[in-house]
Design a protein around this ligand. Structure first.
Ligand SMILES: [Zn+2]
Length: 345
């Protein structure tokens, strides 16, 4: 093949690739049909005052460029009472915080009494309990707690249940994809299902404790997992999920199956992103576009070139207005203490 033929071939491939990349409503092209619906992101991790202040800039940028009303954030990493106050101010009062247990594999670093006091006295709205795969936390051969239903947590959960403390976020397991394409997270399916079962035991044992699992309880990467998610919803009325960091997995499952699940369990889903550091104006622009992509996936049936994370072209779910209202804020209003007042609704 001659040089100019190679060039033409390469240019052709590039043009096809570019037309594919720009075929979705990416950055600047999407305009929300629902500027009046307030959106609460129930899963973020701002690290400091700058991040919190820049979330307001993100909200302004989104309103200007995409029309959506990103109104409020629930921060899941406890920065301490004083920092939380300052960050809340930087975010114009549009942010609430949770107590957090980020590495319980090594044992609890807080007591149930301390969590209850934070919620009752310091304005925290619940507890974040991170329980990813233990090997992400424990070194090889290090002893630790490997299942979330370990009896050593029992008293802790029972006390929170009795005090009516919301488990604002429980991260369980990690993404487990199909055979041949396991991805980079929890590759071992047997271990994955052990973690999911252990989580189910906790949900079953504490029927009065409302648990919002992070990331769709990671039951969103295979159609079989969606079946189990349905089983969880239909069996346990105290079980909810946020959809943070899940939109990049939508192309892995049957779109109609996932859409049906959203329709059927629209009262149990909450919007979230798992976003965090927004250190400068470049990040403000970038994060705003990512949010808009996620909104487009939920609100339209167009092919979007990526989600909040990832770069997989994704056909939107085209959810009706009443479902979007619930996922964006009405379900959160029902569950999160003080949110309604904080939002001025
Ligand atoms: Zn998170």
């Amino acid at each position: 093949m001659r040089v100019h033929q190679v060039f033409i071939l390469k240019t052709g491939v590039l043009l096809v690739a570019l037309s594919f990349v720009f075929s979705g409503p990416l950055y600047g092209q999407y305009r929300s049909k629902y500027p009046d619906i307030p959106i609460v992101d129930v899963h973020v991790h701002p690290g400091n005052v700058t991040d919190a202040a820049n979330f307001i800039k993100v909200s302004e940028k989104i309103k200007e460029n995409y029309g959506s009303n990103l109104a409020f954030w629930v921060a899941l990493s406890d920065p301490g009472k004083e920092n939380a106050e300052q960050m809340k101010m930087a975010a114009n009062g549009r942010m609430l915080f949770t107590a957090s247990q980020m590495s319980p594999h090594k044992g609890l670093t807080t007591t149930s009494d301390e969590v209850i006091a934070k919620v009752r006295d310091d304005g925290y709205i619940g507890l974040k309990f991170w329980f990813g795969p233990p090997y992400r936390v424990l070194k090889e051969d290090e002893e630790g707690i490997t299942r979330v239903d370990d009896p050593r947590y029992e008293e802790f959960f029972a006390a929170l249940e009795k005090a009516n403390i919301l488990i604002t976020s429980l991260h369980i397991a990690d993404p487990n994809q199909v055979y041949g394409n396991r991805g980079n997270w929890l590759k071992d399916p047997v271990y994955y299902w052990e973690q999911i079962r252990a989580f189910e035991n906790v949900v079953a044992k504490h029927p009065e404790m409302t648990i919002i699992a992070a990331h769709g309880a990671w039951l969103v990467c295979q159609d079989a997992q969606l079946d189990f998610l349905r089983y969880m919803f239909s069996t346990y009325p105290n079980f909810y999920v946020d959809i943070s960091a899940t939109c990049q997995y939508i192309p892995l499952v049957n779109r109609e199956n996932l859409r049906d699940l959203y329709m059927e369990y629209q009262d149990r889903l909450l919007f979230g992103t798992d976003g965090g550091r927004v250190g400068d104006d470049n990040m403000v622009n970038y994060i705003s576009g990512r949010y808009a992509n996620f909104f487009a996936i939920l609100e339209t049936n167009q092919v979007v070139s990526s989600g909040y994370f990832g770069n997989n072209p994704t056909k939107g779910l085209d959810l009706p207005r009443e479902v979007l209202e619930k996922v964006y804020y009405k379900n959160a209003l029902k569950l999160y203490p003080g949110l309604k007042e904080a939002m001025g609704l």
